[in-house]
Write a protein that binds this ligand. Structure first.
Ligand SMILES: C[S@@+](CC[C@H](N)C(=O)[O-])C[C@H]1O[C@@H](n2cnc3c(N)ncnc32)[C@H](O)[C@@H]1O
Length: 259
């Protein structure tokens, strides 16, 4: 694929309100339709665009459990946002596909995309009123794959990671997605970065990452999470193999999940 160098992070591309460079991650605050045309092509896009199912704002507070007592204890108020009123437009999906060689697009069942032999299925082992699975469309020519990763209101894996976005993906699921990309992928772009989960997974895998997010509140959360992941990754690069079981448990927490 033709490769041009991406704009130096010190140079703010037209359309970006702010640019932050964190290790090998470059984060743009702005709308992806404005920022994407200023970027070069990338090897892969891994993203989770708005599905248009109104999973934003305060509505999300009342879902996930039937128990009012548990709800009071566990729900997070993410404030009022309007980004999930409409599914992302066909033009943006087409632009993403033109700008990258490989794509993994969550919510692919909501968008105009061609048939694919390889969908990635995240089975949430759900017993509540949320969807049982989420589907990511890919343009890879391999088979359908599934991960079982418990995500059911407050009953979920990764409970140690705070939920700071109403549709925040688990890091483990995004790490699993990255494992399906061809081995020669050299960088990943997420044009709907939200709280930066794709970026965290890329940093932990040592993959250069580019992220775009239009909401300053989420952008700041993504910067903070990606910075923390970078520190974590640096720590494990510089540490000898853990001898203390407690250290090993911490290392396991950030290890890639087995499919
Ligand atoms: C489904 S959420 C992504 C959540 C993310 N996967 C995470 O784990 O936090 C979609 C995000 O896209 C952002 N967004 C919506 N329209 C956008 C646009 N045109 N350009 C950039 N970001 C946009 C929203 O603010 C929202 O944070």
């Amino acid at each position: 694929m033709p490769r041009q160098s991406l704009p130096d992070a010190a140079v703010k591309p037209a359309g970006a309100v702010r640019v932050e460079r964190i290790g090998n991650a470059t984060l743009y605050l702005g709308r992806c339709e404005d920022v994407l045309p200023t970027l070069a092509t990338v090897d892969a896009v891994v993203t989770d665009p708005p599905y248009g199912i109104k999973e934003n704002g305060r509505r999300v507070r009342s879902r996930g459990t039937s128990s009012a007592r548990v709800r009071r204890m566990t729900v997070t108020d993410y404030g009022d946002f309007d980004w999930d009123e409409q599914p992302v437009s066909r033009e943006i999906i087409d632009a993403i596909r033109r700008q990258s060689k490989w794509q993994i697009i969550f919510g692919g069942n909501y968008f105009h995309l061609p048939p694919s032999p390889c969908w990635l299925v995240w089975d949430k082992l759900n017993t509540g009123d949320f969807a049982d699975c989420e589907l990511a469309w890919t343009n890879m020519q391999t088979a359908v794959r599934r991960i079982q990763f418990h995500w059911n209101g407050c009953m979920r894996k990764e409970r140690e990671i705070p939920r700071e976005h109403p549709t925040q993906k688990p890091v483990g699921v995004m790490q699993w997605c990255l494992q399906h990309l061809p081995a020669d992928v050299g960088e990943v772009l997420d044009p709907f970065m939200g709280s930066g989960t794709t970026g965290v997974a890329c940093v932990l895998r040592g993959l250069p990452f580019f992220g775009i997010e239009k909401d300053a509140r989420y952008f700041d959360i993504a910067c903070r999470r990606i910075e923390a992941a970078q520190r974590q990754a640096d720590l494990f690069v510089s540490l000898p193999p853990a001898e203390d079981p407690a250290d090993q448990r911490l290392a396991d927490l950030f290890a890639e999940p087995q499919p």
